[in-house]
Design a protein around this ligand. Structure first.
Ligand SMILES: [Fe+2]
Length: 266
């Protein structure tokens, strides 16, 4: 957690009612980008928020019940950001522009689940096997819908410990075997048990390891009056991080990254 960059609630814009009407890069987003450049390579997605590098996460009328950052009325289920794609971020930065009601961001580490003994060795083995696909979330447009979704593993191992690739809201589980389904449910319960709630304050920036921790958001009632919760999100790629080799063959449903800093960082 970076605590904190200066934000004056009276000086920043009103909370926009959608990402489309948000400032493409408020001062906090610019600061996050500079910090992101010190950590790795900030990037965006061509099919998400029009390819913007800094995404605005705001409640949007008509999207209250979605499983996207534009929702409000429902629990945003704990998830790996962009779990459907092999090029998903290694780090996620969440910066707070406004959060008058201290609405909580949920955080849960798979390593706490394993350390807590929530999964048996057999269940861990089941969850390492590719069993069900993960589909793109509803914040994406375009892409290639014709691809047959390939099953992916949920748990995997990095040199420094266990990792996960997890997005239950976009995991059609009808093809999963009962043993896998039971293990997945145990993982879900374990993540809920170890989950922590962080109510970001303006100027605070949370940096998540997207391979180790899942994140979500508690439900809240949006007012759409310019004072709602407003977060900024930035994706970071790390050059020295590996993912399971099998992922490199995944086409990622035709979604492609936008990498404005790829050449300056070479
Ligand atoms: Fe997210």
């Amino acid at each position: 957690m970076l605590d904190r960059l200066p934000i004056d609630d009276m000086l920043i814009d009103s909370t926009p009612s959608s990402w489309q009407t948000a400032d493409t890069c408020p001062a906090l987003g610019f600061a996050m980008t500079l910090i992101g450049l010190a950590l790795g390579e900030p990037f965006g997605w061509a099919g998400q928020q029009d390819g913007r590098l800094v995404n605005s996460i705001v409640p949007t009328p008509g999207h209250e019940n979605e499983q996207t950052g534009a929702s409000s009325s429902v629990l945003l289920s704990p998830h790996t950001e962009d779990a459907f794609h092999p090029d998903r971020a290694h780090l996620i930065m969440l910066g707070c522009m406004r959060n008058h009601e201290s609405i909580g961001t949920t955080l849960a580490s798979v390593r706490d689940v394993l350390a807590g003994g929530y999964l048996s060795p057999d269940e861990i083995a089941h969850l390492r096997q590719p069993e069900c696909p993960i589909l793109p979330d509803d914040s994406y447009v375009g892409g290639d819908e014709s691809q047959a979704p390939a099953p992916v593993g949920t748990l995997w191992q990095r040199d420094d410990g266990a990792c996960l690739r997890y997005d239950p809201a976009y995991t059609p589980d009808s093809t999963g075997r009962p043993t896998w389904a039971r293990a997945y449910a145990k993982l879900e319960a374990g993540l809920a048990s170890v989950s922590q709630l962080v109510a970001l304050e303006p100027g605070q920036v949370l940096i998540l390891d997207n391979d180790v921790a899942v994140h979500g958001r508690v439900p809240f009632t949006a007012r759409f009056d310019g004072t709602d919760r407003w977060l900024l999100r930035l994706n970071i790629r790390l050059a020295d991080r590996d993912r399971p080799a099998a992922e490199s063959f995944e086409p990622g449903f035709g979604q492609v990254v936008v990498r404005p800093y790829s050449e300056v960082l070479v």
